[in-house]
Ligand binder design. Sequence first.
Ligand code: FEO
Ligand code: CA
Ligand code: CA
Length: 667
Amino acid sequence: MTVRDISAYSNRGEAYEASQDTPVNPSSAPTMGDIINARFGRRDMIRGALAVSAISATAAPLLLGSSTKAQAQAGRFVFDEIAHGVDETHHVADGYSANILIRWGDPVEAGAPEFDPMNQTADAQEMQFGYNCDFIGYVDLPDGAASGEHGLLFVNHEYTNEEVMFPGIGDQEEAHFADMTRDLVDIEMAAHGCSIIEVRKDGGTWQVVPDSEYARRISTRSTWMQLTGPAAGSDRLKTPADPTGTRVIGTVNNCAGGQTPWGTFLTAEENFHGYFWGELDPGHPEFENYDRYGVPDNWYAWGRYYDRFDINAVPNEANRFGWVVEVDPMDRNSVPKKRTALGRCKHENAETILNGDGRVVVYCGDDERFEYVYKFVTEGTYNADDRAANMDLLDSGTLYVARYDEDGSGEWLALVHGQGPLTAENGFNSQADVVINARKAGDLLGATPMDRPEDVEANPVTNKVYVNLTNNSRRKADGVNGPNARAENNWGHIVEMTPAGDDHTATAFTWEILVQCGDPADGAVGAVWNSATSENGWFSCPDNMAFDAKGRMWVATDQGGSWSRVSGSADGVWAMETEGELRGTGKMFFRVPIGAEMCGPRFTPDDRTLFVSVQHPATDGTAAYPGFERNSTFEDPATRWPDFQDGMPPRPSVVVITKDDGGEIGV
Ligand code: FEO
Ligand code: CA
Ligand code: CA
């Protein structure tokens, strides 16, 4: 065991904000800063150049004037929206119920002990629901049936907040992790990862099936995973604990994800850099790579007790994170696979669509300021009659990165070793090198730096692809480009892409901006919404999204504490019109409690149930709210949602939303 101290400490939230404030992408890709002021130029294009541009008139949102408070017109979403606001609990539209399905600490695996916040152990946590639920996937049981009332839920546990998890230690940033004992670190590692639970609707109420044969916790502490694809076995993935470069314990910072046509789940490793500490010598062969990804960033004390999270002790370990991991929920003994063919970055998500020719396409965002949008196209095709034949489809295919051109067109650029600049003279000796440093490959190919790509997903009904760009306060006026048209973009926007010929494997596409988020009543924001958007229908900072079976879009937001103060509303789920006259119109459906963000929206295939993740209740930016005015601790949180019991800390939870009449949601 190495006991190490470090000179720079920080917690996740502030460290993440700080890392996001540092544009690490050194790309020399053109930023189009010489093309007039794109912020206004783009808006003019939307408003005035419809006849001659690639932007279709029917698709263009209108500018909502500062005095406009139009009521939502009849659209595709039938419900009475809720109001913006911030308080201690959650809210859903009238006529719907939003019940707690499972909370941090609830039993997952058979034999798990009841949650006891004052006497937590890693062994107990490893059998209980983890912390900070994020992505949600759902498949009906039995496999392939469409009951909509009995299935498997796959949930990610992105990260941990020690100040509200553990009694008596407070925020460890100031304390330089002084109170983070090995036992507490072990609990944190056990609280990361994923949960698989069996869920069933009984008497109209969804419940977790106890002691299910499928129930499983996947953790950073003990779950072995296999590295597959082009980087597997690379010298750059070998460590003293794994001289083969093919086996690794655990997965970290699992944010969003996706699910495949063959019923497996994909979980995306996002901010893996924060888990490492140490300081790599600038002469080390991985120094440039790690610098590009912000490794190390010292968010946790794990490196004090585990050499592999100390980059001085085990320099290659950080190359074994930042991947998309595939999990087969049908076999609780299956080994999760880190699919290196999909590239290494701060993967927000990995959502699939079955292309018309049977190939499978995975869309991914790399969530950091000025990073890129990716897709992966399988070489083989999906076999609906043979599940086993699909299980390694994600190991062979082509990874692409997106370049958006100013005229509304764009191109997917292949990241293939030996092609173009991806050669030995630029440090790429193999496809392993390309996928390990996918960001550098994207730099060299001229990919377009974006405003933090979160979820990238295809609408399965229309084949349009949507990119949620959450925000980018560091984009300067001379750095705007076509799809990122606002400087100091604190509010985010949504880009819509149309694959050429409705073919997701095509390298050509067109794009346009669906909406510029933010408060339309504040002229300085430059928001662009349909004028039918009501005063509660606008939002900021789109993060996750879901499409229901009708191809309607639902958006989940993550403003961070500071921007929810500005907006006057907690995060939530908004319905988003993408077609017809109301395209660009939002409508608020669900709201989270103070300090939380909204993650993981997932519909059952029958559209009668919507699962959502309420992540980090009480933790984010609560000090500035009247009536709260404090940073939360275990002893004094801004809310004790969802239990509201003395002594019980706030608990990240999955909420299940159903319509009281049992009907389809939003109908
Ligand atoms: Fe973990 Fe990009 O949100
Ligand atoms: Ca996210
Ligand atoms: Ca987020």
